[in-house]
Design a protein around this ligand. Structure first.
Ligand SMILES: [Fe+2]
Ligand SMILES: [Fe+2]
Length: 189
């Protein structure tokens, strides 16, 4: 199954008012084609879609190691698939030059960040966008808000992770998707 079909079929398992509108918004904006980052992981069309599914798979893998963290399947789907909605409409391409393998200059399309909605936070922006369409439980909102751990506004999240272990697990799943599944270790194996 291709990534978009898989993403939509996971979304169809979510039973919340507003899901159809959220899916329509994703379709009408660049969620299915945008990259996951400008230069690092998933810097290609569809990179964010693939990363979101990777975070889902990594979270499921981690839950088998931490069965004491009890969370509904619906919360897993929502928190993983929508944690990076803040990146929708954030990237554009720009022509750049580089030397190719034979030393000749060639032009290529590079991703640049052109933020059109400067919310002032990464996780918080994803919470705002998701919550605009569907109601989030406190645990889902906290997990999405704090998925970058201390990398988002240097927020101290220790107490948050203690109160909401699922939020900690989402941050680990995000890192393991980024650094392991999409990282060098798997590019050369
Ligand atoms: Fe993120
Ligand atoms: Fe992420």
């Amino acid at each position: 199954m291709d990534n978009k079909k898989r993403f939509i079929s996971l979304c169809k398992t979510i039973n919340r008012k507003g899901m159809d509108e959220l899916l329509e918004w994703l379709e009408n904006n660049d969620f299915y084609t945008c990259p996951a980052s400008s230069r690092f992981h998933g810097a290609y069309p569809g990179g964010l879609l693939e990363h979101s599914l990777n975070v889902y798979d990594e979270l499921k893998r981690l839950l088998s190691v931490y069965p004491e963290i009890k969370v509904s399947e619906e919360s897993v789907v929502i928190a993983t698939l929508f944690h990076d909605l803040c990146k929708v409409n954030m990237y554009e391409t720009e022509k750049r030059n580089r030397k190719n393998g034979s030393g000749q200059w060639e032009s290529y399309d590079a991703y640049v960040i052109k933020e059109k909605f400067c919310f002032g936070g990464h996780g918080s922006k994803s919470v705002f966008l998701t919550q605009h369409f569907i109601d989030l439980t406190p645990e889902e909102a906290v997990a999405i808000n704090c998925h970058m751990s201390a990398f988002d506004n240097n927020a101290y999240v220790g107490n948050t992770y203690e109160q909401f272990p699922f939020a900690w697990l989402l941050s680990v799943a995000d890192q393991s998707a980024t650094y392991i599944k999409e990282g060098e270790i798997n590019q050369h194996s």
